[in-house]
Write a protein that binds this ligand. Structure first.
Ligand code: M6R
Length: 432
């Protein structure tokens, strides 16, 4: 007999054949079962081989059935890869495809009332926060709604000016305590809430009015990879859907977003087909003590995410910066031992980014430039170049992020780091 109680941290029960399990996350149990039941705060479960009884702290019996998830045992294995992280990086053409094709059923969950919002508030932590930052540009472009992105741990300290904001809570695990607390706070303030998560039945789905599912498949490596690219993809889908329903963009423009997302999936496949150049540059980067990732506009969040990925698994100190801000302080830190990873896309930021590359080279910092295929200008400043397939630049954050994930992974591998379980970190952060 196992007796378990839940209060504030996640707890899931699993049911096998003549056996039962208790864990904090379904991925820990996929090897044994795909039938789960999420406990809620203040519940006590008594689990035996063939029976389950749940009651509340007040002694009231709770009736709730086990439900099946479509994740299997193979998802909890490395399948020939050295680490879960690299397996998950390589799964991205598939996970992105699932997010895109699953969108049809997700959009049905979006009620008309959501469209009456006068402002978007996106709330998230870590990598999910970076996906939220990419989304800010997209919501402003497609819906014309002012959009603010808050770190969940800071949200409660912000005075809310508009109470008809739509609050989008992004958490791949659905169990991040800061994001759950922010969801409660948003509802207390009377805001409409919508969750975006990868885990069906997770806590955030019970704390929000509506939930959208990423369908990326389980992510086991502590560093988020495939769930990030799915979150970003869903930001394109959600913002363009809302823009279309609000009459801010045409049906043709909405359809074009989906066509571009199909090009994105092909571009990611192209990158994964030949990673030799990325491995080579990762080897070089692995010797750095500090590095800067720079980008502008929609690739400024991509730079933040690239830097987070590198520091989290390789322990190299990295900072993501809007390229235009370098001259306001960080240039003082540049030496020949401070690599710069410059993200360049072929849009209205192109000339300015070239200027930044020149500015860093002039201070003797080695620059690794991530550029669209066929670029002829950047090689005037650096011969360290990684290219990505040419697509509409608005959609470039996804393929570029895949390159940055691979750079981080191979640099960390070179340094002999414990990639799937970086020191001091947990996959789900269940404390505030
Ligand atoms: O499950 P969540 O998306 O809420 O997790 C948020 C962060 O804890 C998470 O993204 C963290 O930053 C990752 N380890 C980054 O790779």
């Amino acid at each position: 007999m196992i007796v378990s109680a839940r209060m504030r941290s996640p707890m899931v029960l699993g049911k096998g054949v003549n056996e039962g399990f208790v864990a904090s996350d379904v991925t820990a149990l996929l090897k044994y079962t795909n039938r789960f039941l999420y406990m809620e705060d203040g519940e006590i479960a008594t689990l035996t081989r063939d029976n389950l009884h749940i009651e509340t702290l007040e002694g009231k019996t709770v009736k709730r059935a086990f439900t099946s998830v479509d994740w299997g045992e193979e998802d909890a294995e490395k399948g020939g890869f050295d680490h879960f992280m690299i397996k998950e990086i390589f799964e991205q053409p598939q996970s992105l495809h699932q997010t895109l094709t699953g969108w049809r059923s997700e959009e049905e969950r979006l009620s008309r009332e959501l469209l009456s919002a006068r402002m978007m508030r996106v709330v998230a932590c870590g990598t999910s926060y970076h996906a939220g930052l990419v989304g800010r540009y997209l919501f402003e472009k497609f819906t014309k709604l002012p959009t603010q992105v808050d770190m969940a741990s800071e949200y409660r300290y912000a005075d809310s000016t508009l109470d008809d904001s739509l609050v989008l809570l992004m958490t791949q695990s659905g169990e991040t305590a800061d994001t759950i607390a922010a969801a409660r706070e948003a509802r207390r303030r009377g805001m409409r809430t919508i969750a975006m998560t990868n885990v069906v039945g997770s806590t955030i789905t019970r704390e929000s009015e509506t939930s959208l599912y990423l369908r990326s498949g389980p992510e086991i490596g502590v560093a988020a990879s495939k769930t990030f690219t799915s979150q970003v993809m869903m930001m394109y889908l959600l913002s363009s859907h809302m823009g279309y329903k609000m009459g801010r963009i045409s049906k043709g423009e909405y359809d074009a977003v989906q066509t571009n997302l199909r090009h994105v999936i092909r571009a990611v496949g192209g990158i994964l087909n030949d990673i030799s150049r990325i491995k080579e540059q990762a080897k070089w980067l692995s010797e750095a003590r500090d590095a800067f990732y720079i980008g502008r506009y929609i690739n400024f969040p991509t730079a933040l995410e690239g830097a987070l990925k590198m520091k989290e698994i390789s322990y190299i100190h990295c900072e993501g910066y809007p390229a235009g801000e370098l001259k306001h302080g960080p240039l003082a830190l540049l030496t020949e031992e401070t690599p710069i990873i410059a993200i360049i896309s072929d849009d209205h930021t192109y000339e300015k980014m070239l200027g930044n590359v020149g500015e860093c080279s002039a201070r003797s910092s080695p620059v690794l430039a991530i550029v669209p295929e066929g670029d002829r200008e950047v090689k005037r400043y650096t011969d360290r170049i990684i290219t990505y397939p040419r697509i509409d630049p608005l959609f470039s954050p996804i393929p570029i992020s895949v390159i940055l994930q691979l750079l981080a992974y191979y640099a960390a591998k070179e340094r002999g780091c414990e990639i799937d379980k970086p020191r001091n970190l947990a996959k789900s952060v269940t404390v505030e």
